[in-house]
Write a protein that binds this ligand. Structure first.
Ligand code: SAM
Length: 282
């Protein structure tokens, strides 16, 4: 498909708290485009005023996506560059813009991303949980029954999962995830890049004890991992017998094998005696 080279839609990430995270390129783009499409113009005005940017703003939010996408396409057709920003972080990441991007792709205009902060990645890299593979899930459904179904669908997912959550729902969400996932490692990252940035690291049951959590937050949960393989007692008996045959006392042999498999020596000793009794009767 040919690329319409007349105009560009810039997808611009903006700060998630600390305004000093704005890059020079972000400011250049926001200053030089004809129009900035904002999720909430009042909110973005604070950012633009702070940097003395006077570019015209229009609104682009979930409730008028189709209508305002048409307006933005018209601007691009007119040769005018447009920047799309959300209230914080990347547009389209749990924020509006998906419809627009697809319209712009379909019309063959250029799309350029201007990098910047993102709450999910900030939280992930400091969480202490596996970063090799992860799923950004974003918000669970706001209806509790739907959220539980979503969590059940994620239960066996083997990689780290990143959730966004609102402070008024976090306690219920933590409790529900603990019930569905079991007690996995987790990290709650709060107020990232702001004065009161905080990380709570532990397990889901530890996080369930937190009360009155406020501010913006990201929850990172460890992925599913297979429970330890069941230990085959027959193997342990064979190993004990081998040690006994070599001259070790029964109790010592049991202790050694129990330590190797990280199981209780009393339980193993009783099972071993029972097995030997049985063999003698047979
Ligand atoms: N587009 C944003 C991004 O790229 O991260 C996300 C926007 S989404 C509507 C808002 C959610 O992002 C919040 O409810 C919270 O879960 C997370 N979030 C945004 N800023 C945050 C911050 N400073 N600290 C922690 N979480 C944040």
């Amino acid at each position: 498909m040919s690329l319409n080279s007349k105009a560009t839609l810039f997808l611009v990430a903006t700060p998630i708290g600390n305004l000093n995270e704005v890059s020079k390129r972000t400011l250049d783009v926001l200053n030089n485009v004809s129009v900035i499409a904002c999720e909430d113009t009042r909110n973005s005005l604070k950012l633009l005023s702070h940097f003395d940017i006077h570019t015209r703003m229009i609104s682009y939010h979930n409730f008028n996506e189709e209508e305002s996408a048409k307006g933005i396409i018209a601007l691009l057709e007119n040769g005018e560059d447009v920047a799309l920003i959300s209230d914080a972080g990347y547009p389209l990441i749990s924020d509006p813009g998906y419809h627009l991007v697809n319209e712009v792709i379909a019309k063959g205009f250029k799309i350029v991303t201007v990098s910047g902060p993102n709450a999910a990645l900030n939280a992930l890299v400091a969480s202490g949980l596996n970063t090799n593979h992860y799923l950004f899930y974003g918000f669970l459904n706001s209806k509790a029954s739907h959220a539980r179904k979503e969590a059940e669908g994620l239960k066996m997912f083997p990689y780290t999962i990143i959730f966004y959550e609102a402070p008024h729902r976090i306690e219920k969400t933590l409790k529900m995830l603990h019930e569905v996932f079991g007690d996995r490692k987790a990290c709650l990252a709060r107020e990232l890049t702001k004065l009161h940035e905080e990380y709570y690291r532990g397990t889901l049951s530890d996080l369930c004890k937190l009360k009155d959590l406020k501010g913006e937050m990201v929850l990172i949960v460890e992925g599913y991992s297979k429970p330890d393989e069941q230990i085959d007692l027959e193997d342990t008996f064979e190993e004990i017998n081998e040690l006994v045959d070599k001259g070790m006392r029964k109790k010592e042999a049991v202790s050694e094998v129990a330590a190797k498999y990280d199981i209780s020596k009393n339980v193993l000793y009783n099972a071993y005696l029972k097995e030997n009794d049985q063999n003698e009767k047979d």
